[in-house]
Write a protein that binds this ligand. Sequence first.
Ligand code: 13P
Length: 250
Amino acid sequence: MRTQIVAGNWKMNCDLDESQHLLNALKQKDFSKSNAEVIVAPPFTNLYAAHKTLENSSIKISSQNINENDKGAYTGEISPSMLKSVGVEYAIIGHSERRAIYEESDDLLAKKVTAALKHDLKVMFCIGEDLEKRKADKHFEVVEEQLKNGLFHIDASEMKDVVIAYEPVWAIGTGETASPEQAQEIHEHIRKILAKQYSQEIADQTSILYGGSVKPNNAKEIFAKKDVDGGLIGGASLDADSFAEIVMSF
Ligand SMILES: O=C(CO)COP(=O)(O)O
């Protein structure tokens, strides 16, 4: 059975006080009633405090990005081992905002994946097409290319530490979601690509999350789909009640 996951990507939101407030509110929630693994991804500056606050909690911590190098003259960057040292277990890699705004290429993302795995960080690898590609019916090809170029250099044995997040760019922060059927269709396609590249067993074991305007009122319907193993939540993860309700959708 695949791990079901609900992860909150806080993006560039929450100063330290706000972060602690949100985490303490999440800690009060009884997630034991949900089958999902719960992950939060606060900004870098809040990670260590988050780790301390969540020490006796089942909630795991992710970074939103990493640098691909171990250490050295990379001003302003954060290495995988630094993240490990402050209690981070996951790294989000290839978010569409990093691809689009910071021009992160497939080649760079492939290096980041390698670096994360080398330092025992699990990877949440994001893929997804923009509106233009969706309208041109090219979404299947886009995700296949993104997987091939950014992820498929790793061995089958490393896939146990990888989660895929399908996030159509046109649904991020827009209030527009992929329909449950659209999500199922492309998640099934992604699983087929994984089976072709690695094996059916690996495809069946890899969690594939949906991201893009997931809210308490639509999570259940989307998560009910066979190949949707959870969600990567943006806006709704900044409110403890909304995020908890999404977690409880499992
Ligand atoms: O980008 C996302 C999560 O990584 C999704 O963001 P929203 O849930 O705000 O659409």
